[in-house]
Design a protein around this ligand. Structure first.
Ligand code: ADP
Ligand code: MG
Length: 236
């Protein structure tokens, strides 16, 4: 069964249609990519899925249950976690404490310290665990954001440009992490501009342009799609 299904989602900001009847799906055990030019509606779709924005029409289903009318906290309790394009860390807390705050909200709150240690190991953050979040480089801060999302043991993980600011080696490790999360049974949704990363890690891609899905399928098929190539013309 699909872990996430979005049907006909429409969102308008004044006269600007950010999402125009968007359908989307993501499954456990897969990395699903959501790509498209700036302003396409990717972050808005994440807002709709996570419950931060109510669509004017359309539905969101988690494991087959309609959650369109549920707020973000109740969706989180059903196993949804996300990161934000704009970093949302507590700058004056250490990396470890940022993770701890998140873990204390999750299903393993009674073993939060153990959960945090495990995440620090998995993400390779041991060397910066006691640094203030403000003081770590952007690429590392994004990894901490991912760690905060993982601390609640999500079944569905939405990542909004998590690799921005990472160097090539960090991106390589990150790709391996995404594959291992999928292998653990998580449904991972990746919004990312690094096409090399997207093509390497995604099992399936959806392409959004001007609020509409213009293509979907395996990465090799999508990269050859004429409509997709046209949408990206003018973008580097
Ligand atoms: P993406 O993440 O693909 O770059 P967004 O979802 O951020 O795109 O934006 C989609 C469209 O909606 C853009 O035209 C953007 O200007 C507009 N938009 C997004 N958020 C808001 C908002 N809070 N108020 C008004 N317009 C918005
Ligand atoms: Mg965005």
């Amino acid at each position: 069964m699909a872990s996430l299904k979005v049907e006909g989602a429409t969102v308008c900001f004044g006269g600007n249609v950010a999402l125009d009847g968007v359908g989307f799906a993501a499954e456990r055990g897969r990395v699903t990519g959501l790509i498209g030019p700036n302003g396409a509606g990717k972050s808005t779709l994440f807002d709709v899925v996570s419950g931060l924005r109510r669509p004017s029409s359309g539905r969101v289903l988690l494991d087959g249950r309609d959650v369109t009318r549920l707020g973000p906290a109740r969706r989180a309790r059903r196993g949804l976690a996300r990161t934000f394009q704009r970093l949302e860390l507590f700058g004056r807390l250490s990396v470890r404490d940022n993770l701890l705050v998140a873990a204390e909200l999750g299903p393993e709150r009674r073993h939060a310290a153990r959960t945090v240690s495990e995440i620090i190991d998995r993400l390779g953050l041991a060397g910066v665990a006691d640094d203030l979040a403000d003081a770590v480089p952007t690429g590392v801060a994004r990894l901490v954001e991912v760690g905060r999302a993982l601390a609640v043991r999500p079944k569905l993980l939405l990542l909004d440009e998590p690799a921005a600011g990472q160097d090539a080696e960090e991106t390589e490790r990150f790709a391996a992490l995404l594959r291992s999360l999928a292998a653990d049974g998580t449904a991972v949704v990746l919004v990312e501009h690094d096409m090399g990363l997207v093509m390497r890690v995604c099992d399936h891609l959806h392409v959004l342009d001007l609020g509409k899905i213009i293509a979907a399928g395996p990465p090799e098929a999508v990269r050859r799609d004429e409509t997709v190539l046209a949408a990206y013309l003018g973008e580097s």
